[in-house]
Design a protein around this ligand. Structure first.
Ligand SMILES: C[S@@+](CC[C@H](N)C(=O)[O-])C[C@H]1O[C@@H](n2cnc3c(N)ncnc32)[C@H](O)[C@@H]1O
Length: 122
């Protein structure tokens, strides 16, 4: 996918640290899902019985990423909210602990270009 939404510069390094090769089953949280580049790379790599919980406080990001990750729907859960409430989202989905968390902090290109209040270009 041509990723206009966000260019994830540390993606491959982050995934390398995030996915312990000794684990067969992961419960991963992407706390800043954005356009879903990290989430897509994680969803591709985890087993079918692993789970990825994708959180973002921006509903546009959640909508964009859920479309992008449609083919992984069986192992991906989307939650619109603040990653500060991670425990709530993890527990709500039936988990008590996670095997990894990624936070790609900041704004995405999309938010800088299009969101009301963020853009300094327009
Ligand atoms: C740099 S972007 C993430 C890009 C993403 N990794 C990707 O691959 O497209 C940061 C995202 O974090 C989200 N965000 C910022 N603070 C947040 C918070 N406290 N809780 C949840 N999401 C937050 C923003 O809405 C934005 O979508």
């Amino acid at each position: 996918m041509n990723n206009e939404y966000h260019y994830p510069v540390l993606l491959y390094k982050a995934i390398e640290y995030l996915l312990n090769p000794f684990f067969k089953k992961h419960t991963i949280v992407d706390g800043t899902t954005g356009g879903g580049s990290y989430s897509e790379a994680i969803a591709e790599k985890i087993s079918d019985d692993s789970r990825l919980i994708c959180i973002d406080k921006d509903i546009h990001a959640i909508e964009f990423a859920s479309l992008r990750l449609q083919k992984y729907h069986a192992k991906v859960i989307f939650e619109k909210g603040n990653f500060a409430d991670i425990r709530t989202y993890v527990n709500k989905n039936g988990y008590n602990e996670i095997s990894g968390l990624v936070l790609d902090l900041g704004l995405s290109n999309y938010q800088l270009k299009s969101e009301p209040g963020f853009s300094y270009r327009n």
